[in-house]
Design a protein around this ligand. Structure first.
Ligand code: NI
Length: 175
């Protein structure tokens, strides 16, 4: 396993549209193991393969929610291969989102609060489930990455430019 470098905005690679996975091979599983290691190390709760430079339709998510307030986070790694949204609720829910490719920047995004999604898991088995809550937010955010879309694209141009400017400034200071 290895921690992979995470690509950050405005790298044009993040705009690439990812292609479907033909078969869930050992190579795919090795990439997924690296993606989990990279995500936990960051730390983050979701990562798309394109964020580590691989334009494949693969997502890893772990909400790492503690059982009780202030408790130790419990790991529950979830894998989504070739995910598709079959249906979205009409009702929208705002949530303050961040992204490992847009480090330390946060903004409120509205998304359907419930979705029905279809995907393959690590064993290549098909899932078709209704998803709500925090997982619905994160899954939709990560699925956007597969289309080359970042959460800042859901904001006004003014807000988006402000975040990109802050990002460039922070990078300059760090250099
Ligand atoms: Ni993201």
């Amino acid at each position: 396993m290895a921690i992979l470098p995470i690509i950050e905005a405005p790298d044009p690679l993040l705009r690439q549209i990812s292609s479907p996975v033909d078969a869930v091979t050992d190579e795919v599983r090795a990439l997924i193991a690296d993606m989990f290691e990279t995500m936990y190390d960051a730390p983050g709760i979701g990562l798309a393969a394109i964020q580590v430079g691989v334009p494949k339709r693969i997502l890893v998510i772990d909400l790492q929610e503690p059982e009780e307030e202030g408790g130790e986070p419990i790991r529950e790694p979830l894998v989504f291969i070739n995910p598709e949204i079959v249906r979205s609720s009409d009702s929208l829910q705002p949530y303050t989102e961040g992204c490992l490719s847009v480090p330390d920047q946060y903004a409120e995004v509205e998304r359907p609060d419930t979705i029905r999604a279809r995907w393959l898991d690590l064993d290549g088995a098909q899932h078709d489930e209704e998803i709500g809550g925090m997982l619905a937010v994160v899954l939709q955010h990560e699925m956007d990455h597969l289309e080359g879309i970042l959460f800042i694209d859901h904001l006004s141009r003014l807000k988006r430019d402000m975040i990109l400017k802050k990002l460039a400034k922070a990078r300059k200071l760090a250099a």
